[in-house]
Ligand binder design. Structure first.
Ligand code: NAD
Length: 504
């Protein structure tokens, strides 16, 4: 692969081969061009598997999962593998960061933090694994009863393009901790960092003399590769992050197969600024919540509700600061807002702003791609603030997944809660207030899996994450993440010296 770039550090080389059943090879499927969104240049042409190769990977994964070398490892021994992966990811954090910045356009500061968070996820789940306990249940007869947990077998892990290394770790770490094998499918636009992570995990598996077919990394389209993974009879658990429509279609296949699927889906999260908020904190938090990652975040705070009394003043000040955000390539350390992931996605975001205009929105800032030589070939879009729309408009109801914020006033708490909850989504919410009691009551009334109070978009491996309503099904993160990739088995141990009475 050519070392490429957008003017920053050289992108490290990655295998353009893919990982099928423990072997690096080209794959017989349609190869994918992956593009640097800051320049529009092709970074690499990456292989892709055919449907037969997906099958080969699933069969090899099932055999690997059943091999005594893996199947019989005790939890504390599997934990050592996870620690080693965490160490390798941390060691190569700069390389993983450079690859992800090249592929996604995100800033190096963000992609480095994502790589370190991936290392932290492996380590946290190693610790959780060593301390997880099975249960001795109260005996209700002449037997001792236990509930134990066992691996499911082959897991299909399917991820979107927005934070690949962190999303990969969120599925790989608990699935491997639980004793499974994994088929990982990165998004077609961003396969590089997942392949690099695959290389590190393969290395750790080799060091521990474990079967390398425990992991396959299978880039490709969702329609071909993703679908082949989900439908494969040996794939017995799906971990999916992506759009709600895709999640629904995967859930339908999982329902037919009667296998569990966790779904982390889209969002249209409210950020609430009460009249008693610390204005400086709220301004910084609202901007970070929507414009970091150029708004390409499931939890982006894309609907801003401001108490009517302070609405115009707050939004006026916000717009001044948004105009001053530094837009540029992710490799420039001064950049705050990088390009969007792909030119096609930038065009989709621009189309949403056109829709907003047709719905009667006022564009307070942004509303176009930036001008100038620096931005000519990249997938850039200016941070945009809109107002003048009702919460019922399509612009306020549909996920734009870009740097577009809509400001809405609210009158009182009931009006606020009604509008904030009037959404098919229920992923996240931010509340800015100095009144702790008000925050408590409001937080409990909001329909969302995560509520941040006087902070936003903070994540911790130890805290469960789930979407409500159309934002998802099931939970990731937290120590129970391992259990979500296992099956429960009940053991009854007879303690009576006599035969069962019925037979006599
Ligand atoms: P997407 O649904 O188009 O694709 C996600 C993944 O699914 C990709 O790897 C894709 O190739 C694959 N896929 C597509 N069709 C498939 C099918 N029929 N069978 C199997 N796999 C299939 O989503 P995207 O555009 O890549 O990502 C953006 C979406 O992801 C947004 O809606 C965002 O909110 C959501 N997201 C959610 C979370 C969360 O934790 N809730 C986190 C990040 C992103």
């Amino acid at each position: 692969m050519p070392a490429a770039s957008s003017g920053g550090p050289a992108v490290p080389t990655v295998p353009t081969d893919i990982l099928i059943a423990g072997q690096w090879r080209r794959g017989a499927g349609e190869p994918l061009d992956t593009v640097d969104p800051a320049t529009g240049r092709v970074l690499a042409t990456v292989g892709s598997p055919s449907a037969e190769e997906v099958s080969e990977a699933a069969e090899a994964a099932a055999r690997a999962a059943a091999e005594p070398a893996w199947r019989d490892l005790l939890p504390h021994e599997r934990a050592r593998l996870l620690h080693r992966i965490g160490d390798l990811v941390e060691r190569d954090a700069d390389e993983l960061s450079a690859l992800q910045t090249a592929d996604t356009g995100k800033t190096l500061a963000e992609t480095r933090a994502l790589a370190l968070s991936a290392a932290g996820t492996f380590r946290y789940l190693a610790a959780a694994l060593e301390t997880a306990e099975d249960t001795l249940t109260p005996s209700r007869g002449p037997y001792v009863t236990m509930s134990v947990h066992e691996p499911i077998g082959v897991v299909g892990a399917i991820n979107p393009w927005n934070s690949p290394v962190a999303s990969d770790a969120q599925k790989l770490a608990p699935a491997l901790a639980a004793g499974n094998a994994v088929l990982l499918k990165p998004a077609a636009w961003t396969p590089l960092v997942s392949l690099a992570l695959g290389r590190l995990i393969t290395r750790a598996l080799e060091e521990f003399r474990l079967p390398t077919a425990l992991l396959s990394v299978l880039p490709g389209s969702g329609r071909l590769v993703g679908d082949a993974i989900v439908r494969h009879p040996l794939v017995a658990r799906i971990g999916f992050t992506g759009g709600t429509a895709t999640g629904r279609s995967i859930a339908a296949v999982a329902a037919q197969k009667l296998i569990p699927a966790s779904l982390e889906l889209g969002g249209k999260s409210p950020t609430i600024v009460r009249a008693d908020a610390d204005v400086e904190q709220a301004l910084a938090g609202v901007m970070f919540g929507i414009f970091s990652s150029s708004g390409q975040s499931c939890i982006a705070g894309s609907r801003l509700f401001v108490a009517r009394d302070i609405h115009d003043r707050f939004v006026g000040e916000l717009v001044e600061r948004v105009r001053a955000l530094r837009v540029g390539p992710g490799t420039d350390p001064t950049t705050q807002v990088g390009p969007l992931v792909h030119h096609r996605h930038r065009d989709a975001v621009a189309a949403y702003v056109d829709l907003a205009r047709s719905e009667g929105a006022r564009v307070l800032c942004g509303g176009s791609a930036p001008e100038g030589e620096r931005y000519r070939d990249g997938a850039y879009y200016l941070p945009t603030v809109l107002d003048g729309l009702p919460n019922t408009s399509r612009t306020c109801q549909e996920e734009i997944f870009g740097p577009v914020l809509v400001a809405l006033p609210y009158d009182d708490e009931d009006d606020l809660v009604r509008q904030a909850n009037d959404s098919v989504y229920g992923l996240a919410c931010g509340i800015w207030t100095r009144d702790a009691r008000a925050a408590w009551h409001l937080a409990r009334r909001i329909e969302a899996g995560t509520v941040w109070i006087n902070t936003y978009k903070q994540f911790s491996a130890s805290t469960p994450f789930s979407g409500w309503k159309d934002s998802g099904l099931g939970t990731e993160k937290g120590r129970d993440a391992i259990r979500a990739y296992q099956r429960q088995k009940s053991l009854y141990w007879g303690t009576s010296a006599s035969p069962l009475p019925w037979a006599n």
